[in-house]
Design a protein around this ligand. Structure first.
Ligand SMILES: Nc1ncnc2c1ncn2[C@@H]1O[C@H](COP(=O)(O)OP(=O)(O)OP(=O)(O)O)[C@@H](O)[C@H]1O
Length: 265
């Protein structure tokens, strides 16, 4: 048994509605085999953490779910990815439409060089949201990430004046404004201080009431604190996935136990 004091009792009534399924998913970058036969299931309105040593394929898998790997010239993807039962590589699925449904937040906050308001309004306009609805959605999105009170008097100032933590919450607000069903986060707090990190962790706990969330993290305590499920990856293989409490206390695989107990990685 691993000593993991941060593990909280999980809700036994977790959703069992499948949102994302990968079947025999393989990714090659040229001759390098980055993901090997991944069979993964993600459940609606839960948080799943991807953990594992650097280079094991966590970000690659995350990028498969909204087809961001399509933009990488030497990436070859085989196998199936289903979202709500639909094959995301089907001819009828357009990557831009998919990315509206599957939002992504990156490691480094990346607000546009625009005002706080425009950071959210910009994409809404591109997606032809009626003009009168835009201020309402901007306000609602900022409220949902707990930023409204901090920025309501300076909505038209540059987003770059915000702190790193505020910028990251703005990026999350920008993502949820598009009303996705899945949010992918690639190490969203690794550039933030502990207080900003705690705010984002609390925010994710609230957002999982409405969204299916996947987070890549190198912070084992973070995975234990906030996720319902944890998947452990090693050299392109998914070694195991399970309820976070089980993975951190009684992992089924020795490789997982070795990693969690700090033997390598
Ligand atoms: N665009 C790319 N071109 C070529 N190889 C790549 C590319 N992106 C990733 N790789 C390789 O694929 C493997 C998996 O990388 P990936 O970034 O998915 O791992 P990771 O687990 O997210 O790593 P980290 O924790 O360091 O971010 C690595 O060997 C990496 O070098």
């Amino acid at each position: 048994m691993l000593d993991f004091p941060f593990v909280k009792k999980r809700d036994p009534e977790l959703s069992n509605t499948v949102t994302v399924e990968t079947k025999k998913l393989n990714v090659h970058y040229g001759s390098s085999h980055a993901l090997k036969n991944i069979d993964l299931t993600l459940y609606e309105k839960t948080i799943t953490a991807f953990i594992g040593p650097s280079g094991c394929g966590k970000s690659t898998l995350l990028r498969c779910i909204n087809r961001m790997n399509d933009t990488i010239a030497n990436a070859k993807i085989t196998g199936d990815i289903l979202i709500d039962g639909v094959n995301i590589h089907a001819d009828t699925i357009h990557a831009t439409g998919l990315r509206k449904h599957v939002g992504m937040v990156f490691q480094k906050p990346n607000p546009f060089y625009k005002s706080i308001f425009e950071n959210i309004a910009f994409a809404l306009r591109i997606h032809q949201t009626p003009k009168k609805d835009i201020p309402v959605i901007v306000e609602d999105s900022l409220k949902r990430v707990g930023l409204w009170e901090e920025v309501k008097d300076r909505l038209h100032e540059s987003a770059l004046q915000l702190s790193g933590g505020q910028q990251q919450r703005l990026c999350i607000a920008r993502t949820i404004a598009m009303n996705p069903s899945i949010i992918l986060l690639d190490e969203p707090t690794s550039a933030l201080d502990p207080i900003s990190t705690e705010k984002i962790e609390k925010l994710l706990q609230t957002l999982k009431q409405d969204f299916t969330i996947v987070i890549v993290t190198h912070n084992m305590h973070q995975a234990a604190r906030i996720s319902d499920y944890t998947a452990y990856f090693h050299l392109g293989n998914m070694i195991e996935i399970g309820h976070t409490e089980q993975i951190f206390t009684t992992p089924a695989q020795t490789k997982t136990e070795d990693y969690l107990s700090g033997k390598f990685g």
